[in-house]
Design a protein around this ligand. Structure first.
Ligand code: GLP
Length: 253
């Protein structure tokens, strides 16, 4: 794992967007794995800016989102479909048929998961997978105990995750669906590159376990230590408990 500490407020997100932009310029038909959550909003705002002001071209880019709640229609304000439309897809020149988010309303969950895996394979696999981190240590919606070789599948959310994600549901954890479809840990680890963005001191304890603790299914993000090409972008708050980067922040840039 290659940890990049960006101390300047708001810069971890733009640095992350810059890494994505660079990969897209190098490979215009990039297969990009995408994440949701508060952390990514500024990343997507910056990608939209790079598109409008810098001509960053998404016309050949294909995307696959990590996850979606089960039981929420795409147009539900808290669905990940809606999040992606609002924060990224409508802001750039991506072709709608090149974007993929699991169908949370499917009547055949297993079939939908297999279809999703097959589409990733058909696209040639994911070139760059963007990831956020949940307070439980989850990546995607792979909660503690997720099998290390798991594929896209139905998963149950922990109470902590439902609390963490309650914001778009009027602050009510009980309104957050308890089930979701997520890419598996095995699916994520097959991405050619992984890019984990973690910001804020609330995630400092879990980030230290992900980066510096033992690799264990109890901390799903720790599995990224086994990925041959995983960059972790962190701000000063998230880096608080790491054993590195406590010196001159500029030296880490
Ligand atoms: C959700 C998503 C994850 C995301 C996490 C972090 O649970 N399924 O993919 O990484 O939230 O969210 P936030 O950025 O809001 O802290």
């Amino acid at each position: 794992m290659d940890v990049l500490l960006i101390s300047q407020e708001g810069q971890a997100e733009s640095q992350t967007a810059g890494i994505i932009a660079q990969a897209l310029r190098a490979k215009p038909d990039l297969v990009l794995g995408l994440a949701t959550g508060r952390t990514m909003k500024r990343v997507y705002a910056e990608l939209a800016r790079l598109h409008w002001e810098g001509g960053l071209d998404f016309s050949r880019c294909r995307t696959f989102n990590l996850d979606e709640y089960l039981g929420l229609p795409a147009e539900h304000p808290a669905s990940y479909h809606r999040y992606m439309e609002e924060h990224l897809f409508r802001q750039i020149n991506i072709q709608p048929e090149h974007t993929h988010v699991p169908d949370g309303m499917t009547a055949d969950v297993m079939g939908e998961c297999q279809r999703y895996e097959a589409m990733i394979q058909a696209a040639g696999g994911i070139d760059l997978q963007l990831l956020g981190l949940g307070l439980t240590g989850h990546i995607g919606f792979n909660e503690p105990g997720s099998p290390l070789d798991s594929r896209t599948r139905e998963t149950r959310l922990t109470e902590l995750t439902r609390q963490q994600n309650a914001g778009p549901f009027g602050g009510l954890a009980s309104a957050v669906p308890a089930r979701a479809i997520t890419m598996g840990l095995g699916t994520i680890l097959e991405a050619k590159r992984c890019l984990l963005l973690v910001t804020g001191s609330a995630k400092a304890t879990i980030l230290a376990r992900v980066v510096e603790g033992p690799v264990t299914p109890l901390i799903p993000g720790s599995l990224l230590q086994r990925h041959p090409d995983c960059k972790v972008v962190v701000d000063a708050g998230a880096a608080r408990d790491l054993g590195m980067g406590s010196g001159d922040p500029a030296a880490d840039l």
